[in-house]
Design a protein around this ligand. Structure first.
Ligand code: NAP
Length: 277
């Protein structure tokens, strides 16, 4: 069995100011080895600090840093400098960690009132791809240039995917496209970088702002009915804690195929994958 949670880990979580990113921060903080570090990234500094406080109250022996960044308009050099400065200011170096984990969680739904044929605003489209695709590529590149295979023995990246990466839903055209593209990009990484363990994790429907936005904005009546049905059926919409726990078990057992897409519902309560796409 892997000793994932016995290794001193450097973990960066994007979209960590609320929602699933906050759930991931709390879950992994509760399990990481002492002296691990978690870097929380998002735009809202106040919310990041509130997540930091929650993590600190759970674990005083896990260091938490916050980094504000607008991933719609990421400057890779600035992001990398900030990350290196966080390490340096705390007298840390990447070689202090024998494991790194990048959780690419930040994401947006886009304008759910539009059909694909109504998506014609170039600025909004560019911003959408920048947050949901470009920033993930840039962060992958700079993160693994700091945590190289020469000094970090165990390297992991998990990108938060969705059922919608593999199943089209009306009103969700950009989202489906971005998640499908991310799944493929991360699959290719798994082939190019066999020493990095890569996972696309679809977390299931979650009680977050994004789900609420879906209920408020989806224009298509069929899709809205699906989301309202999930919301109204007591056990269907998951807590972030529930889904983060399954992801934490997947990493603990560490038997997933690198580059694969694994859905919350394919993982049983013991953390075993019961089917694969
Ligand atoms: N909710 C669901 O039912 C569901 C289902 C399947 C997959 N997912 C996926 O799970 C992930 C998390 O979703 P969620 O439901 O937690 O979403 P959410 O509640 O909307 O939270 C999104 C997070 O991303 C950050 N973010 C948004 N725009 C950003 C930007 N321009 N720059 C930097 N950070 C930004 C937000 O922080 P700031 O506003 O502070 O920047 C926030 O921390 C997403 O990838 C989503 O696609 C969600």
């Amino acid at each position: 069995m892997s000793s994932f949670y016995h290794r001193r880990t450097f973990c960066l979580i994007t979209g960590a100011s609320r929602g699933f990113g906050e759930g991931l921060a709390l879950k992994f903080a509760s399990k990481f080895a002492p002296k691990s570090v978690i870097v929380l990234v998002a735009r809202n500094e106040t919310r990041l600090n509130s997540v930091k406080l929650k993590v600190n109250s759970l674990r005083s022996d896990v260091l938490v840093f916050t980094m504000t960044a607008d991933l719609c308009d990421i400057d890779g050099e600035v992001f990398e400098d900030n990350l290196k400065a966080q390490l340096k200011n705390n007298n840390l170096s990447s070689s202090d960690f024998n494991q790194c984990l990048l959780l690419q969680n930040a994401g947006s739904a886009g304008d759910l009132s539009l059909r694909v044929l109504q998506q014609n605003d170039k600025k909004l489209l560019d911003e959408y791809w920048s947050l949901n695709l470009t920033s993930a590529l840039i962060i992958n590149s700079l993160f693994f240039s700091i945590f190289t295979n020469l000094q970090t023995k165990h390297r992991y990246v998990v990108q938060i995917s969705s059922l919608l990466a593999i199943k089209p839903f009306k009103s969700w055209g950009l989202y489906c496209a971005a998640k499908a593209a991310r799944d493929m990009i991360f699959s290719v990484i798994s082939k190019e970088e066999p020493d990095i363990r890569v996972l696309s994790y679809a977390p299931g429907p979650l009680q977050t702002d994004m789900f609420q936005q879906a209920m408020d904005e989806i224009a298509d009546v069929d899709t809205l009915a699906v989301f309202k049905g999930l919301w109204e059926s007591a056990k269907s919409v998951l807590s972030c804690e529930q889904s983060a726990e399954k992801l934490s078990m997947l990493l603990h057992f560490d038997v997933f195929q690198s580059g694969s897409h694994v859905d919350y519902y394919e993982v049983n309560d013991c953390g075993e994958i019961t089917s694969t796409n």
